[in-house]
Design a protein around this ligand. Structure first.
Ligand SMILES: *Cc1c(COP(=O)(O)O)cnc(C)c1O
Length: 434
């Protein structure tokens, strides 16, 4: 590349509309990192300065950047077949990935629908649930239940499930019906009782319950009780309501086990995966369904799931996703992450109870510190002050409002993790000391 940093930023500010970004402020004052390359746990800018990647590039690069086996798989696939439709056609990467994914999935999930990203994986789940009931004897089941503070992506369909006001409110009048239930961060019993009442009363009209199991990501890195999750799943089984686990963030070991559902010993009817699924190399997602759900679409042509995305099953993505699973096995990624997760937990727990700290939480390779701040929710500013401090010290720690978190690669080398946690802690301390 031959453009200077200034030239790139100038072009960017002239042409690029950034996600989740107040663009006026950005154009007037924004100083973006201009990243040229990445390696392992680090992003490198144009001047060769490195930044530890504190959120594994939006929770995707769970095996670090440029993992040699993933890059090699991508290159090998690019040499033979980059893309073809998946209708009336199949190919080895998609077929094998289907098998390997089912092999590691929670029990009972046996069919795989591919798509491009987390949002489409949930969107597919919603449409599957609606059409399933529509043609299998329960046509009144059109509503959804989701959790307070839920985040399930950005399409209009899944925006209905969102419990994050900033994302949901502008569209509230055009969204499908979804009722949000509390999870009860401190003590789940009252929250569960409220959810139970709602489900029992509305069972005839509820298509599915959709949850991020154990850990809610973009809604504020909130951890809730495994017992709540277990009982909610049991209730949906009793009432025969579909249960959808959105493991887009929590899957692939983020919370410890391969799937966060394992904390509660449950298996959903439908499971969605993306993000770490393709190791942070390519946009790729999958919606897994039970045989019962799949069977609900057999029969004449009108019963089929008339749904798909242009790039579904993309051979490049599928080949990389296969390699991701092989690396997890060969390099014992989950086992080796366990002691790293303990370090991370200790680092955030050191902030519990300090003045200026609202709460701390951690689960697996996720640690979060919520600061007191003037505005609350997604528009809080306290986290951004930590972000600036961390940037000066060589780490990228994009916050969620007043919530500072780190969700590094699962295989981050110990020395890099120590450095990241040191910068994380020092940056928070610097802000608290102001
Ligand atoms: C990121 C995320 C999504 C949306 O995924 P995209 O790939 O951004 O569309 C959905 N659900 C959860 C839990 C997520 O964290």
């Amino acid at each position: 590349m031959t453009y200077t940093r200034e030239e790139i930023v100038q072009l960017d500010k002239r042409y690029v509309w950034h996600p989740y970004t107040p663009m006026q402020e950005y154009i007037e004052h924004g100083e973006p990192l201009v990243i040229e390359r990445a390696q392992g746990s680090r992003l490198f800018d144009q001047d060769g300065r490195s930044y530890l990647d504190g959120n594994s590039s939006w929770w995707t690069a769970l095996l670090g950047h440029q993992h040699p086996r993933l890059v090699a798989a991508l290159k090998a696939q690019a040499d033979t077949l980059c893309h073809t439709a998946l209708a009336g056609i199949t190919h080895e990467p998609a077929a094998r990935l289907g098998k390997e994914l089912v092999a590691v999935a929670p029990e009972g999930l046996s069919r795989v629908l591919f798509s491009d990203n987390g949002s489409t994986a949930i969107e597919a789940a919603i449409k599957i649930a609606l059409k399933f009931w529509g043609q299998n004897g329960r046509p009144l089941r059109r509503r959804f239940i989701a959790l307070d503070d839920a985040f399930h992506g950005e399409t209009l369909g899944v925006t209905a499930l969102s419990g994050v006001e900033v994302f949901r409110r502008p569209f509230a009048d055009v969204l499908m019906e979804c009722v949000h239930v509390p999870v009860g961060q401190d003590g789940y019993e009252r929250a569960f009782a409220a959810a139970e009442r709602l489900l029992r009363e509305g069972a005839d009209e509820i298509a599915a319950v959709v949850v991020e199991p154990m850990l809610q990501g973009a809604g504020g890195m909130r951890v809730y009780s495994a017992e709540y999750l277990r009982r909610l799943r049991a209730l949906t089984q009793e009432l025969d309501i579909l249960f959808v686990a959105d493991e887009v963030f929590t899957g692939y070991g983020r919370t410890g086990p391969m799937w966060a559902c394992a904390h509660a010993g449950i298996a959903p009817d439908i499971l969605c995966t993306a993000k770490g699924f393709s190791g942070g190399l390519l946009p790729m997602a999958a919606t897994l369904a039970s045989e019962r759900v799949f069977d609900g679409f057999l029969g004449d042509a009108s019963r089929a799931l008339h749904y798909g995305h242009t790039y579904c099953g993309n051979p490049l993505g599928a080949r990389v996703a296969l390699e991701v699973l092989a690396v997890y096995k060969d390099e014992q990624i989950l086992e080796k992450a366990a002691p790293k997760a303990e370090k991370l937990t200790r680092a955030v727990e050191a902030f519990a109870g300090l003045p200026g700290v609202k709460s701390v939480r951690s689960l697996g390779m996720l640690g979060a510190v919520e600061l007191e701040g003037e505005a609350s929710g997604y528009l809080g500013r306290a986290g951004w002050r930590v972000y600036e401090e961390a940037k000066k010290r060589g780490a990228y720690l994009r916050p969620l409002g007043n919530i500072v978190y780190t969700a590094p690669a699962l295989n981050i080398p110990d020395a890099d993790l120590d450095e990241l946690l040191f910068i994380f802690s020092e940056s928070i301390r610097a802000v608290l000391a102001r």
